[in-house]
Ligand binder design. Structure first.
Ligand code: ATP
Ligand code: MG
Length: 388
């Protein structure tokens, strides 16, 4: 029997030894969840997943959705046939070669009972194509068209020429859960995307200083959460007012330490909310040396108030690299909208570049940190974001 299918490739899951099966099951359920509004079937054959029985007119929509599923590295629109040399040869002749000048066959024989090796199959099938189109050239290094032939262990062979790259990474929620500090900037949405790509499920926390910051600033962050949820799945967004805290710091602490202390309090609140919601890590969009609050000394002073691991996936990225990724995942245009973030309210002229823990602790004696933190947590607003 011959039919059109989508052949799904997954990457690194191979490395996972005995856990491999759990990873594949998770990947399968993430895929089905992503496609829950469309009817289809998903089958597994060693090393591949095969999507069948879907509406052909929806194929490009399905491919686009699959490209946002972490754990997949590629999707091919393929023809599935029963494995036999004759069938393979005749199917090969159906491939549209219009305008093609050079090609290469790339065979893969997962089914070791098939009588020809991959190399033998490459040669033989190359010959079949050349018999039909003698003007074509085989080019092994830089072919205009690659034709893939995969003889799988389920008695089926898959033939395709288009492989659409997917997001890669590990299946969502294979790595636990983390709390993303989500500002309205360029970096933190990218940081959330990168950790979700390594399998972390994400909740997010945003601090606003209404009425110093506008309602549009909050709306912008909600939109960013929606945008990353295309990849990260459902996101619970914790929205926390920082107004009172900022006023207190402004009144009672040295201006040059204002940002340092703000960030230490943000971390304390984040940790409290993380623990309350069973989240095992905190994620930020910090990048070494980008601003005064992101020098090694500043990071040390903010880090010292929390015990949970803090993941900073863009720590070594240049701004340019972060911006490229933001464009790729579709958050850039929202991030550059010109609304104030709470960090820019009461901004001191000369923030300290090399703060010390000792000095920060001394200045914090002027504040009732515990009740400020508790009050902020008690008054959080929670939103469930789902663009999945
Ligand atoms: P971003 O582009 O992510 O806003 P940034 O370059 O503006 O980063 P900072 O403002 O110093 O850098 O913030 C560093 C990190 O602290 C952010 O990446 C984010 O994780 C967190 N953060 C900053 N402001 C907020 C906020 N208002 N709410 C939640 N997290 C925040
Ligand atoms: Mg910012």
């Amino acid at each position: 029997m011959k039919r059109k299918v989508l052949l799904l490739k997954f990457g690194e899951l191979f490395l996972k030894g005995r856990n491999r099966h759990d990873f594949i099951n998770l990947l399968k359920s993430n895929i089905l969840n992503k496609l829950k509004d469309l009817s289809c079937k998903l089958q597994e054959t060693q090393g591949r997943l095969v999507l069948t029985d879907y509406d052909q007119s929806q194929e490009s929509v399905i491919i686009e959705k699959l490209q946002t599923v972490f754990g997949l590295i590629g999707v091919a629109d393929a023809v599935e046939i029963d494995t036999s040399l004759e069938e393979i040869k005749s199917e090969l002749l159906n491939i549209d070669l219009f305008g093609v000048t050079s090609f290469k066959i790339e065979s893969k024989r997962a089914d070791k009972t098939f009588p020809l090796t991959s190399m033998e199959l490459d040669k033989l099938l190359g010959g079949v194509v050349l018999d039909k189109e003698p003007n074509l050239k085989v080019d092994l290094y830089n072919p205009q068209l690659k034709i893939f032939v995969e003889v799988r262990t389920n008695g089926k062979t898959y033939i395709y020429k288009n492989l659409h790259a997917c997001a890669g990474g590990l299946p969502l929620s294979s790595g636990g859960k983390g709390l993303l500090l989500l500002s309205g900037g360029i970096d933190s949405p990218v940081a959330g995307y990168l950790m979700a790509k390594r399998g972390l499920e994400i909740e997010a926390i945003h601090f606003h200083s209404y009425p110093y910051t506008s309602l549009q600033a909050k709306e912008k962050v909600i939109n960013l959460a929606k945008e990353i949820s295309t990849y990260c799945g459902k996101i619970r967004l914790h929205i926390v007012s920082f107004t009172e805290i900022q006023e207190q710091i402004h009144k009672n602490c040295d201006a040059e330490y204002m940002i340092t202390i703000m960030r230490r309090i943000m971390m304390r609140i984040a940790q409290k909310i993380a623990i309350k919601n069973n989240l095992g890590a905190i994620i930020t969009g910090e990048s070494l040396g980008q601003v005064a609050s992101q020098t090694m000394q500043s990071i040390n002073v903010t880090n010292s108030v929390v015990d949970l691991p803090v993941f900073r996936p863009v720590i070594a990225f240049d701004k340019e690299q972060i911006m490229d990724l933001a464009r790729k995942i579709g958050t850039y245009e929202t991030s550059i909208l010109p609304y104030e973030d709470c960090c820019t309210v009461f901004l001191p002229k000369n923030p300290v570049i090399k703060p010390t823990i000792k000095r920060a602790e001394l200045l914090e004696k002027n504040l009732d940190i515990e009740s400020l933190v508790n009050e902020a947590v008690a008054n959080e607003e929670i939103m469930e974001i789902n663009q999945y």
